[in-house]
Design a protein around this ligand. Structure first.
Ligand SMILES: NC(=O)c1ccc[n+]([C@@H]2O[C@H](COP(=O)([O-])OP(=O)(O)OC[C@H]3O[C@@H](n4cnc5c(N)ncnc54)[C@H](OP(=O)(O)O)[C@@H]3O)[C@@H](O)[C@H]2O)c1
Length: 256
């Protein structure tokens, strides 16, 4: 028997590459997203690993619990939870969709928290002692500054950051690793889905590099992982500035 890693948002971008890393490290996988075809194609690609595909929308009320029930119905436990699924919403606030904001908040914060609560007993009581058990949450550089024209997204990632860091401290005596991966701009579907593909288009990291750093950071038991020195330096610098200045910088970046 092998430990199982549940990866949300594995159909593209950072989650797709995280799935490859965890498969390579010998974990069984449960991969989740809405796009069934893309998940099945990843399952075929990872044919040497035991991969369970669960197409599921995590932006809907009670969706985390329904996923938990599906996994229990399969008779599986989860030793590593990778809360990666998430999206952004950019644009003039009063023109953004009420429904889309609601889904963003649900996916980025509520489902992430509910999955964490639902699987924490599996994680704490993992019988696999030779590999790390724990939670890898995909936060963002956006967690460290207010984001005018992307307010809900930045605020949701600030939630993910503090939630992760608090749990890392609280669960440390149980031997559970909680890692917050904080990518900067990364070349995925993210910006197109958020409604503005021009944002920082010449400064984006490759998703395979971001996933590699996240995976390695988790395996090493790190609490906060920046995928590059540049992103880490930018966050250190941001912490020195007043939040009003940061908001102006972000507004300029998003409305350019
Ligand atoms: N790209 C960046 O610049 C960047 C920077 C910092 C942090 N991040 C974070 O990194 C994470 C991964 O994003 P990415 O950049 O890899 O973007 P991506 O390519 O758009 O991937 C997002 C993943 O989430 C899944 N997803 C979206 N809505 C979902 C829903 N309602 N239910 C279940 N799954 C859903 C998508 O699959 P389906 O569409 O098939 O459901 C996809 O697999 C996100 O949390 C994002 O906030 C990204």
């Amino acid at each position: 028997m092998k430990p199982t890693a549940l990866i949300t948002g594995a159909s593209s971008g950072i989650g797709y590459h995280l799935a490859k890393w965890f498969a390579k490290a010998g974990y069984d996988l449960i991969i989740v997203a809405r796009s069934k075809d893309k998940l099945l194609s990843l399952q075929t690609e990872l044919h040497d690993s035991n991969v369970t595909v669960i197409p599921h929308d995590l932006s809907l009320p009670n969706s985390a619990y329904k996923l938990y029930e599906k996994i229990r119905d399969e008779g599986k436990t989860v030793e590593v939870l990778i809360n990666n699924a998430g999206f952004g919403l950019s644009g003039k606030f009063e023109e953004t969709s009420f429904e889309t904001q609601q889904k963003l908040l649900h996916l980025n914060m509520v489902s992430l928290s509910n999955l964490t609560r639902l699987f924490i007993d599996d994680i704490i009581h993992s019988p696999f002692k030779t590999v790390p058990n724990g939670i890898l949450n995909i936060s963002s550089m956006a967690a460290f500054l207010p984001g005018p024209h992307m307010a809900a997204y930045h605020a949701s990632k600030a939630y993910v950051q503090w939630y992760s860091e608090a749990l890392a401290e609280e669960l440390d005596p149980s031997g559970v690793t909680v890692t917050a991966l904080c990518p900067g701009p990364t070349q995925t579907e993210f910006f197109k889905r958020a409604g503005n593909d021009k944002i920082m288009s010449s400064f984006r990291d490759a998703p395979e590099d971001v996933a590699r750093e996240g995976f390695l950071g988790f395996i090493k038991g790190k609490r906060v992982v920046f995928p590059s020195m540049n992103i880490q330096a930018a966050v250190i610098f941001m912490k020195l500035l007043p939040s009003k200045t940061l908001a102006k910088i972000a507004k300029n970046m998003y409305t350019r």
